[in-house]
Write a protein that binds this ligand. Structure first.
Ligand SMILES: Nc1ccn([C@@H]2O[C@H](COP(=O)(O)O)[C@@H](O)[C@H]2O)c(=O)n1
Ligand SMILES: C[C@@]1(CO)OP(=O)(O)OP(=O)(O)OC[C@H]1O
Length: 152
């Protein structure tokens, strides 16, 4: 068995899209980032890479590389899944906490959970998805923390 942990934060600003769990959400603010800024998928990518000591998302996908400009972050997650599976890893469970003051994510819970389940190849009861606010500590940030459990 292997355990992985990852986290990510992005500043929120006007004129940027808010992608989370691979979905575009309605929001007046979005993530300042080189890619689509999906903090949830970035945290999951780092969690998978960390389970096999493979470095982190910035090592594999530098934010200086023009190929990743506005790239959809499921590209990074799929590559991390490929890398761990190539080493005999099998994802058993994933747990994700998203910290965001606004917008409320509860209305999108089912859609977010379904898309994570699809991207990770896990049943929904193996994908934990928790939403929190920062209680005003980081009103212009989106943060995500992920834990993954793998066999192999
Ligand atoms: N962007 C968010 C953040 C939180 N929620 C829901 O609110 C509940 C209370 O969050 P606290 O951080 O104040 O404890 C939380 O359990 C979520 O259900 C949300 O929907 N969207
Ligand atoms: C994803 C990458 C690559 O575009 O850049 P950002 O979109 O800025 O996001 P970050 O969380 O800083 O991860 C580093 C890079 O891998």
């Amino acid at each position: 068995m292997r355990l992985g942990y990852g986290e990510d934060s992005h500043l929120l600003e006007e004129g940027r899209p808010l992608y989370l769990c691979g979905l575009l959400l309605p929001s007046p603010l979005g993530a300042k980032a080189h890619s689509d800024g999906d903090a949830a998928l970035h945290a999951l990518t780092d969690a998978l890479l960390s389970a096999f000591g493979l470095g982190d998302i910035g090592l594999l996908f530098p934010d200086t590389d023009p190929r990743w400009r506005d790239a959809r972050s499921e590209i990074f997650l799929k590559e991390a899944l490929n890398l761990v599976e190539a080493r005999g890893g099998r994802l058993l469970q994933a747990n994700l906490v998203i910290v965001l003051d606004r917008p409320k994510l509860a209305p999108h819970r089912q859609a977010l959970a379904q898309n994570l389940s699809r991207l990770l190849g896990l049943p929904q009861d193996r994908v934990g998805l928790t939403f929190k606010t920062s209680e005003g500590l980081a009103p212009r940030h989106v943060q995500a923390r992920a834990v993954v459990l793998l066999d192999g």
